[in-house]
Design a protein around this ligand. Structure first.
Ligand code: SF4
Ligand code: SF4
Length: 366
């Protein structure tokens, strides 16, 4: 994939459009408007560059390719996607057989040390990787070969980042994530699938600033994975008040109750889904009445999907105890107040620990 930004700017955009694009990029990257002049300056220098991307697909469902194709910032999509010159992408390219393989080898040679490698899907490693082969070569060897000449290595989706579904027990093919196979700095963009903005934003960041964005302890860009789902959840108020759903699809007003009782992993999952939203800003899991499954975390998928996670189970128990106490109290503080106090006691301690842990282990990697 070749991004010929110089052509885009020279042929299509006025100065006004250019600044508008810079604004969109600031939003995408989670930066304030104050950064627009800096982004515009960086974009101007980027117009002189050409960036090649080689996209390899292993043990995956191709959902991340579909998700990427749904990028919903029209201006950014136009900026990035309209200028593609597909060098190698097994799902999207027209070439097949020898022509496809020759194209890949040519791209590796011609753009050595400059291209971006994107890997989608887990990498089978058992028996020297014989469970996934492309053009007679194992995916394991292919990934190692292509990564050697790459300027940056990116894992797209949870399977490529941590193994994901193909690596879930009993994992007979020994599937692993990219970082575990090639080592070194890998930008992980997990999600099942990954949000298109997370990859587009990362690529734009690499192009603009010529460096890897700040990563957290799991190799994820902090700008997209820096906050717990729980901290921005529209049902957080219900959690604090001890209002939990008993069954899925309950009638209003309990439709807005917390889904911790149904295994919501929002309190231990870091992503910006509640603010960024999915499907062109339409919705996200919890707002659509489905608990967060923690799809961006290294331990996804969990088999106990609908069991309360231990941290929330404590809060549910505390809320129930407070409710019982309130029911027999004759003086009675308000029910909400009693439950909220007990819940905050159990939940608050967990958050203090979790946040201290994150602060200590997250680090900037460049
Ligand atoms: S447990 Fe889930 S539904 Fe409840 S407040 Fe947290 S993120 Fe929202
Ligand atoms: S809300 Fe949770 S399960 Fe849904 S996409 Fe975001 S991280 Fe994945």
């Amino acid at each position: 994939l070749m991004f010929e930004l110089d052509k885009v700017f020279r042929k299509k955009f006025s100065r006004r459009d250019f600044l508008k694009y810079s604004s969109s990029l600031a939003v995408l990257l989670g930066l304030s408007e104050l950064y627009v002049p800096q982004i515009a300056k960086a974009l101007e220098s980027v117009t002189l560059k050409k960036q090649t991307v080689i996209w390899l697909s292993g043990a995956s469902c191709s959902g991340c390719t579909v998700s990427f194709a749904n990028t919903h910032y029209p201006s950014v999509a136009e900026l990035v996607l309209d200028t593609l010159s597909i060098k190698y992408h097994e799902t999207l390219m027209a070439a097949s057989g020898d022509a496809a393989e020759e194209g890949l080898q040519e791209a590796i040679k011609q753009f050595e040390g400059k291209y971006l490698m994107v890997v989608e899907g887990a990498i089978p490693t058992k028996q020297d990787g014989i469970y996934c082969k492309i053009a007679g070569t194992t995916f394991l060897d292919k990934v190692k070969e292509v990564s050697k000449g790459a300027a940056y290595n990116v894992a797209m989706g949870t399977c490529a980042s941590f193994g994901g579904i193909p690596a879930s027990g009993p994992n007979p093919t020994g599937c692993k994530g990219l970082r575990d196979v090639i080592g070194g700095t890998v930008v992980n963009i997990p999600g099942c699938p990954a949000h298109p903005d997370w990859l587009v934003g990362t690529i734009v960041n690499l192009l603009l600033f010529n460096k890897v964005p700040g990563l957290d302890r799991h190799g994820r860009p902090q700008m997209f994975y820096g906050k717990l789902i729980h901290d921005n959840c529209p049902r957080r108020g219900s959690y604090e008040e001890g209002r939990f759903i008993k069954n899925h699809g309950e009638e209003l007003p309990d439709i807005e109750a917390c889904m911790g009782t149904k295994g919501c992993r929002g309190p231990i999952t870091s992503a910006d889904c509640p603010r960024r939203l999915w499907n062109s800003g339409v919705n996200f899991c919890i707002a659509a009445n489905a608990p967060c499954a923690g799809c961006v975390e290294p331990d996804f998928p969990q088999m106990s999907l609908y069991e309360p996670i231990p941290e929330v189970a404590k809060t549910i128990k505390a809320a129930e105890a407070a409710r019982d106490k309130s029911a027999i109290s004759t003086l009675g503080a308000s029910l909400g107040g009693a439950i909220a106090g007990a819940a905050a006691g159990a939940g608050g301690m967990y958050y203090a620990q979790e946040k201290a842990k994150r602060k200590a282990t997250d680090k900037e990697e460049v």
